[in-house]
Design a protein around this ligand. Structure first.
Ligand code: NDP
Length: 486
């Protein structure tokens, strides 16, 4: 079978596709069939240098444009992304295996939202005026950082390339984006669309490669900032490398987020939240609420309704709009998740749903639910990054808040209750950057997204992202003679 997925070339630099076949071959595997659907080459030192030169050369002219001009280009890119949503969604499905039913509404559309939002905001990124004694004053300029490096994980390749690119470019920076080697295709389309929309050559570049390419980029003295979406282990390495050059960082890392369901919650909403927070994208979402704490009085009803609704899972061809549960991104990731399931069983958790690999092609794994999970079990402490839900039981609010926070991670947390004051008390008490009341896992561009503790540094989306892609310059203006002691 032939697939319409081979890109024109591996990299997009200086406004054009660029190839260097001397780079190591990266095979792109379609998770539904295991077929190789494209081949790209990892960036060689020559490609990395070319990208750094292109982004460095482009930055002064891009920063000198008005925010209105930059914003117009970004908004045009948003329009093109929406017009091409179907084709981009099909590509995202080939790249990741996520069902088209999801990618049609969650990937290029989310990228377009980011370009529209930050495009609209670009002209409003300004400094302030600070009056001082005697008519003196200070004004501030909110200036771009310079060349930014974006490094992406494999679960949302279009969205991550856009969530990093949109605020960076709106603020007047240029970007070199390195996708995950597992999903290298979609970011190239983002670059293509930005340049079609009018972004000057070198403003947004994409280079392929493994960790070594990311590492070479972030240690280059021309680079001012790195924004990573990835695991905590990679985050620690990248943060340390960036620290050597005192570079600005944004780190969107892993999690083991709690979802707390009190027995006064709406059962249907709590089950829907748990499904969204554990099985969307086959569980490969960083902010998933994988520790579902259910108050003792509701546990039986919750598990009964959850397993009933899991009967509606449609596993199959991800390009079929009826499919609502796709394969995992890779055989490797499926093996890792299977290892966690085996540990859950071995450590005494009660397997109430799934747990096995269906007898079919592709990297499928059944949605899996464990009950009677205790806090110290591996499935309750470690990020699994797959379709595995752990249900834990609790009795009262103080206890569950303490247990919910007893993790080194702090990405997301949610509470389901009909008690208004308890909902806000819990939200205030959660040690997490992104909290929800009576829902889980929504990430609109208007809202800040990111983690505390080991889950990250800085925030993506919302006005907060502007703070993460600019620096403040203060300028003191004297309106009086200079007084000196002698
Ligand atoms: P990894 O941490 O393995 O990789 C992330 C990216 O970093 C990849 O592009 C990888 O390249 C690159 N990389 C690896 N080592 C280095 C290095 N030393 N220097 C520079 N770059 C490097 O994560 P995964 O791709 O496996 O994604 C899953 C993880 O991402 C999960 O832990 C998940 O929680 C997290 N994540 C967090 C999100 C958030 O917003 N908080 C969102 C989505 C995922 P390559 O893999 O090509 O070698």
């Amino acid at each position: 079978m032939t697939y319409p997925t081979q890109p024109k070339a591996s990299h997009f630099i200086g406004g054009e596709y660029v190839e260097d076949t001397a780079g190591e071959v990266i095979e792109v595997i379609y998770p539904y069939t295991g077929d190789v659907i494209a081949r790209v080459h990892a960036a060689t030192p020559a490609i990395i240098e070319r990208a750094l030169q292109a982004a460095t050369q482009a930055k002064a002219a891009w920063a000198a444009m008005t925010g209105t001009e930059r914003g117009r280009i970004l908004r045009r890119a948003a329009d093109i992304m929406r017009e091409r949503n179907h084709d981009l969604s099909v590509l995202e499905t080939f790249d990741t295996g996520k069902p088209l039913q999801e990618t049609t509404v969650a990937d290029a559309t989310s990228g377009a939202d980011a370009f529209e939002y930050f495009g609209g905001m670009a002209a409003t990124i300004t400094g302030e005026h600070i009056p001082l004694a005697g008519g003196d004053f200070v004004y501030t300029r909110r200036e771009p950082l310079g060349v930014c490096v974006g490094i992406g994980a494999w679960n949302y390749p279009t969205q991550i390339a856009s969530w990093k690119g949109a605020p960076a470019l709106a603020c007047g920076n240029t970007m070199i984006f390195k996708p995950s080697e597992t999903t290298p295709l979609c970011a190239l389309k983002v670059a293509e669309i930005l340049h079609e929309a009018g972004a000057p050559a070198g403003v947004y570049n994409v280079v392929q490669g493994m960790g070594a390419v990311g590492s070479a980029l972030i240690t280059d003295p021309r680079v001012a900032k790195v924004s990573l979406t990835g695991s905590v282990a990679t985050g620690q390495k990248v943060y340390a490398a960036a620290a050597a050059g005192l570079r600005n960082v944004t780190m969107e890392l892993g999690g083991k987020s709690p979802q707390v369901v009190f027995d006064d919650a709406n059962l249907e909403d709590a089950v829907s939240g748990a499904i969204l927070g554990n099985f969307y994208s086959t569980g490969q979402v960083c902010s998933n609420g994988t520790r579902v704490f259910v108050q003792r009085g509701m546990v039986d009803a919750f598990l009964a309704r959850l397993t009933e609704r899991l009967g509606a899972v449609v596993m199959g061809d991800p390009q079929d709009m009826a499919t609502n549960f796709g394969p995992m991104v890779s055989a490797r990731q499926r093996d890792i998740v299977e290892g966690f399931i085996a540990k859950g069983v071995a450590e005494g958790a009660r397997l109430v749903y799934g747990g096995t690999r269906p007898d079919r092609d592709g990297f499928f794994l059944e949605p899996t639910v464990f009950a009677d999970v205790t806090d110290e079990m591996t499935i309750a402490t470690d990020e699994i990054f797959g379709p595995v839900m752990s249900v834990l039981t609790f009795d009262d609010e103080d206890e569950v808040l303490r247990r919910a926070n007893a993790t080194p991670y702090g990405l997301a947390a949610s509470v389901f209750t009909s008690d208004l004051t308890r909902a806000h008390r819990m939200a205030a008490g959660f040690e997490a950057g992104t909290c929800y009341i009576n829902t889980h896992n929504l990430a609109p561009v208007e809202a800040p997204f990111g983690g505390s503790k080991l889950s990250g540094v800085g925030r993506e989306n919302s006005k907060e992202a502007v703070m993460n892609y600019t620096q403040t310059k203060g300028i003191y203006v004297a309106m009086n003679p200079v007084e000196a002691p002698f």
